[in-house]
Design a protein around this ligand. Sequence first.
Ligand code: ARG
Length: 477
Amino acid sequence: MTTSSHSSQPATQNQTSGMWGGRFSEATDAFVAEFTASVQFDQRFYRQDIAGSKAHASMLAKVGVLTEQERDDIIQGLDTIQAEIEAGNFEWRIDLEDVHMNIEARLTDRIGITGKKLHTGRSRNDQVATDIRLYVRDEIDGILGLLHKLQTGILGLAATHTQTIMPGFTHLQTAQPVTFGHHLMAWFEMLLRDSERLIDCRKRVNRMPLGSAALAGTTYPIDRNYTAQLLGFDSATENSLDAVSDRDFAIEFNAAAALIMMHLSRMSEELILWTSAQFKFVNIPDRFCTGSSIMPQKKNPDVPELVRGKTGRVYGDLISLLTLMKAQPLAYNKDNQEDKEPLFDAIDTLRGCLMAFADMIPALVPNIEIMREAALRGFSTATDLADYLVKKGIAFRDAHEIVGKAVALGVHESKDLSELTLSQLQQFSDLITADVFDQALTLEASVNARNHLGGTAPEQVKQAIARAYTRIEQLQA
Ligand code: ARG
């Protein structure tokens, strides 16, 4: 890339920009040129810019503003430029400010005066708004693919663990036994909402600003619906002032990205806890971990930790965009050029995190015995004992009180409720009989009893997984 260093000398008149130099009497200061340029980062959507220009040229030919020959020359020229860029043979020039003017200038280099006709009836204001929408649309589709991979990875792991029992937590204290499959399906639900949100966001991304021109529309007899159709937009935007200045779609996307990151960071936090020596619930394969340069025993859960850390960065990207748009008057303002980096950063960060998770999650190895042992600690079936007493005619609040006393005895004796003898339990209520162990106090009895839609019973988790596959398919339809 050509970059210019700071110059305090104003350049001479003959160096004014070829794109808009007509009314200028001196060239842009070299530092200002670099400071105001965006080509360093907006060259990323050269494909969308070229696609937009090809569609625009086709539309101009359809309405008779360009000849068919001119349209063909432009399209062919743009195809060659795309090939040059992809072969790494394109010289991006800072003095040409952005991706739009770089490509347009190169087109004129190649095909001469016809190249200068491409910008008829459009402005960079509607051009850039169109390009970013096309770009975000493509990225949403890619991210939906990554989410799908992660979701199906979770479903596969959940299907093997519908019967695996672990403690469920509230306040990070042992609460009630749950199945590991059920816990994984909670992750799945979060991520399915994320897909729904992106699909919904995509509807508002997929509207075409092109034709709004600088802010008020254009004097040429353009056919915006035709251009929209060529570019796969659902419709053309309704108001030219709004269309060139609206970045809601980028904010919505970044908000959806921030939510996905929040979900990934919650999953990360659980994985970090679960892989610790204190929990040992889960093993993350070595290829997702690193060691310590000083402590030989260490195996660190780097991927979840880094994902947890990167979450803050994506939140920052969202706040940057919201703040960027705050109090901007209509219509386009140069401020809007600052929309790109936070958007790209959110996209890159999110993609990386999803790729790592999509590979790592199906590779997790739960320690079934250790999870089960942990579920046996912490009186996780206390609620089941209370429910058992309720079924025998005791009011729930009284049952709660009785079980509380039994738990106190267990704490005193360092025993789980299932390890107390029948006669010890009967001190608290003579309604407790020998069936209490099978009916209430075992882990299996506890999870099997929660056998309703949304419950943790293995049978329910199996059905939830089966429905999940259909729900994923319906989303894609
Ligand atoms: N590089 C600019 C951006 O990213 C393109 C639009 C510039 N329009 C203008 N009138 N200066 O927003």
